[in-house]
Ligand binder design. Structure first.
Ligand SMILES: Nc1nc2c(ncn2[C@@H]2O[C@H](COP(=O)(O)OP(=O)(O)OP(=O)(O)O)[C@@H](O)[C@H]2O)c(=O)[nH]1
Length: 610
């Protein structure tokens, strides 16, 4: 019977330890919010602290003017064997047992200030206090700051609204039972606690109404209309309470005495005598304990499914976040090389067709190069006027006797120079595509996402290799063009010579130096250039692929690997410096995953035992 509340206590403490105290202030889902709890809500001087101390049977809460409770206090009560001594423990001081409860009060004040600072701010980070006593029941209550307080000197103006939103962040949760404390000597309609409860729990399914200060009601009046549910219907019965008056507190009336006085009050009351067995703080505690137990039991299945879903989610995220970076240089080098290989694999897939990219290089050879060559201004270079000019300049004072050999050479060489442009353009176009594929492959390498420095280094190393490959490729393609000038294809001219002889035999009147001859020369050179173009349009791609594409596939990172093998731990560590936010995220995920797994095991064990 008692294990489920203790179980939730354990999980709640674990949640706070990993920074999960609900409120959705964390990008990670909250287990805390799924755990049933009892939030104690009350307005100024409603008697909230007195109710809690009556339930515990100890004087332990800070008192004073203004807003005293500034952090949620998770009060976990553990019933111990009769005759055992009461003691208290704080989650933030696990090694320390408190038997002097005035020191408990002091520690609550000090721990409150430790987080909120002396400027009396509030904080959603709860204080966990466990009290072990034979005079309590197993029950967990969350004491929240009082509503509608007046800020005192030094407290920010917004503190009243801040408190309301903090309290609301607890009571609006469907798993939260609301212990609404209202003083009987005020009109229930003005109760801050009931106003808020009505807003977040309009049907009153999870609101537990408590009326304090019954003894302070005007003589001749009573609170039976409220307590018997006539003026404010709730699913659970109202409970009336008579706490210690301020005079009793000042006289340090013992809590056990106060409880006895409270019992006598109800037993002898003409108004409430018939309800005596269902009135008072002890009855309230037992009722809340049973209620909390049954709510927890009913929520176990949904809590377990939430935990299992979150475990799956967190394991998935941790997979993506990857393992923490190793410390030793060997493991770091291994990690770096693994990521480099992953990057190279993706880069090659872009080239070989697994991913888009290689087709664009083919497009340079199949379309851009031939088109650029076709657009070369050979017509202008081989115009009649240009041919005449070049041939006559080449002949000098002695006109050529048979064929203008020198003129031909100059016309051809002049034309061949035009091929340099498209050749260079092909090399640069492929270089641009390869650099783009490097960027794409880096971005697509999942493992690299964690390491911005390594990404930068890899891009720099790859681009520097591509620059070297481009230089080599540029030399090769320009050599191809220059080779065409260095040695003209003799067969072409032999064939031309034979053809021209046949023509002159058939038409002996051809004028050696007339326009017709120059046109013929222009056409011969154009045919030769066409032949060279057909050669280059095939050989340039071969040189470009050999020097740039193939090298990129085979040795893009060779220089980087050589550098890495010489690097020391410090350098390797720098490359693996993860994005700090991402490292923190991994730590948070790992802590949260451990919490959920522990919680799952605890719940399984508790449910199994039952
Ligand atoms: N006579 C009598 N006095 C009570 C009762 N409950 C609380 N008081 C007194 O009312 C005053 C406020 O009680 P607290 O328990 O401090 O109420 P609180 O809501 O915690 O008030 P804050 O200090 O504003 O948080 C104290 O002087 C108590 O002694 C009660 O049932 N009967």
């Amino acid at each position: 019977m008692e294990s489920l509340i203790l179980l939730v206590n354990t999980i709640q403490r674990a949640c706070t330890t990993v920074g999960d105290y609900g409120g959705g202030n964390n990008a990670l889902s909250s287990l805390w919010e799924a755990l049933p709890s009892v939030a104690v809500v009350g307005g100024q001087s409603s008697g909230k602290s007195s109710v809690l101390e009556s339930i515990v049977g100890r004087d332990f809460l800070p008192r004073g003017s203004g807003i005293v409770t500034r952090r949620p206090l998770v009060l976990q009560l553990h019933k111990t064997e009769n005759g055992t001594e009461d003691y208290a423990e704080f989650l933030h001081l696990t090694k320390k047992k408190f038997t002097n409860f005035s020191l408990v009060r002091k520690e609550i004040e000090d721990e409150t200030d430790r987080i909120t600072g002396k400027n009396k701010q509030i904080s959603p980070i709860p204080i966990h206090l466990s009290i072990y006593s034979p005079n309590v029941v197993n029950l967990t209550l969350i004491d929240l700051p009082g509503l509608t307080k007046v800020a005192v000197e030094g407290q920010p103006e917004t503190i009243v609204e801040d408190i309301e939103s903090m309290v609301r962040s607890y009571v609006e949760k469907p798993n939260c039972l609301i212990l609404a404390i209202s003083p009987a000597n005020q009109d229930i309609a003005t109760s801050d606690a009931m106003k808020l409860a009505k807003e977040v729990d309009p049907t009153g399914d999870r609101t537990f109404g408590v009326l304090t200060k019954l003894d302070l009601m005007d003589k001749g009046t009573n609170a039976l209309d409220v307590i018997e549910g006539r003026s404010y219907r709730l699913q659970y019965p109202w409970v009336g309470i008579v706490n210690r008056s301020q005079a009793d507190i000042n006289k340090n009336v013992d809590m056990m005495v106060a409880r006895r006085k409270e019992r006598e009050y109800f037993e002898t009351s003409p108004d409430y005598g018939h309800l005596a067995t269902r009135m008072g703080s002890e009855y309230l505690a037992k009722l809340l304990s049973k209620l909390l137990e049954s709510v927890i039991r009913s929520r176990i299945p949904s809590i377990l499914s939430l935990i299992n879903n979150n475990i799956e989610e967190l394991e998935r995220e941790l997979d993506q976040l990857g393992r923490p970076v190793a410390i030793d240089a060997g493991a770091q080098l291994y990690t770096i090389l693994g990521m480099c290989r992953a990057f190279e694999k993706i880069f090659k897939e872009h080239l070989d067709g697994g991913r888009p990219g290689g087709a664009r290089i083919y497009g340079i050879f199949d379309y851009n190069l031939p088109t650029a060559i076709k657009k070369l201004p050979f017509d202008r270079h081989l115009s009649l006027q240009s041919v005449k000019k070049i041939v006559s300049e080449s002949d000098g004072y002695q006109p050529h006797l048979i064929a203008p050999e020198l003129g031909y050479r100059r016309l051809i060489e002049g034309s061949l120079n035009h091929f340099r442009g498209p050749a260079e353009a092909s090399v640069n176009a492929v270089h641009f595509i390869l650099k783009e594929l490097v960027r794409k492959a880096i971005a697509e390498t999942e493992e690299l996402k964690r390491f911005p420095s390594l990404q930068i280094e890899l891009v720099a190393a790859a681009n520097s290799s591509l620059d070297k490959f481009r230089e080599e490729s540029m030399k090769s393609v320009l050599r191809l063009v220059d080779m065409e000038s260095s040695y003209l294809t003799v067969d072409f001219f032999r064939k031309l010579h034979i053809e021209s002889q046949n023509v002159s035999l058939s038409s002996p009147t051809t004028d050696q130096y007339g326009e017709g001859q120059f046109r013929k020369i222009a056409s011969n050179v154009a045919s030769y250039i066409k032949m060279v173009a057909e050669t280059l349009v095939n050989t340039i791609p071969k040189a470009v692929v050999h020097c740039q594409v193939r090298q990129a596939k085979l040795s893009l990172l060779n220089y980087f690997y050589a550098q890495m093998s010489q690097s020391q731990g410090k350098r390797l560590g720098q490359l693996l410096d993860e994005n700090p936010a991402l490292m923190e995220r991994r730590v948070q995920c790992a802590k949260r995953l451990e919490l959920y797994k522990k919680a799952r095991d605890e719940i399984d064990a508790a449910v199994w035992v039952r």
